[in-house]
Design a protein around this ligand. Sequence first.
Ligand code: SAM
Length: 269
Amino acid sequence: MEIRAKKKFGQNFLKDSSIKRKILEAIPNDNYQTIEIGIGLGDLTEYLLQSKSVVGYEIDVELCNFLKERFKTEIEEESFNLICGDVLEFWKDSSIFEGKYKIVANLPYYIATTIILKALDDLNCTSATVMVQKEVGEKFLAKSGDKNFSSLSVLAGTVGNVEMVTFVPPKSFDPPPKVDSVVIQFERKNEKKIDENFKKFLKIAFQQPRKTLLKNLSQKYKKDDLVTIFSELEISNSIRPHQIETVDYHQIFNTLERLQIGRVREKRT
Ligand code: SAM
């Protein structure tokens, strides 16, 4: 049976064995459940199943039927739990898995950022080794001072470490995508959920990346407060959003929250 890659599901199947090996070598050696998102033809899954059990999600019904045959034995032996459907439908308010788990995935590019943000938010997710479009990877990997340093870099840095595993050229896939890819790896160090208000604050901070941070934040917060906080933290008023560290973002946010709480209390008394 010949299976044609479907663009609408972001299907580019990884064929390069040396990249598959690099992904496998990078996966943390722990006993947490492996979850693969977007099984495709199952080539990476086959390697994964050699040492661990796998829970896998695949949206494409045609591929699912193919996978049920290809991994008949593993499914019967319960080392492979194949879940057919849209992974995001199984991952709404609660965790995607009841215990600790790690993600290994060559992500469909149209939902890669959404899936990574879900993983960063899910405290059961201990690590994620994922293939993404190079530009998306660079945003998560960027360090303060890099022009790509963004709210995504701050979120990743808040949760833990993010590292580059390998660059992947289009010719490593069938069909080849139009873009370069990278495999990156997140490792959770922080067991606390990111405050939703902090995410909103970051959105405002990076709204216009070329404008000053002070100007962006002044859209929502009192300029006088910001000037005082910046001065206390020795941050210049002319700094751009990509030029300060993740820890500075937390300090500015926490001080703004304290001021806000103080004012609400004052109003009540
Ligand atoms: N893992 C395979 C590989 O490395 O060759 C396939 C990777 S391909 C880039 C992405 C896979 O994700 C496709 O098989 C696609 O059908 C599947 N997919 C796309 N959207 C999905 C979703 N929302 N939920 C689950 N799987 C999805």
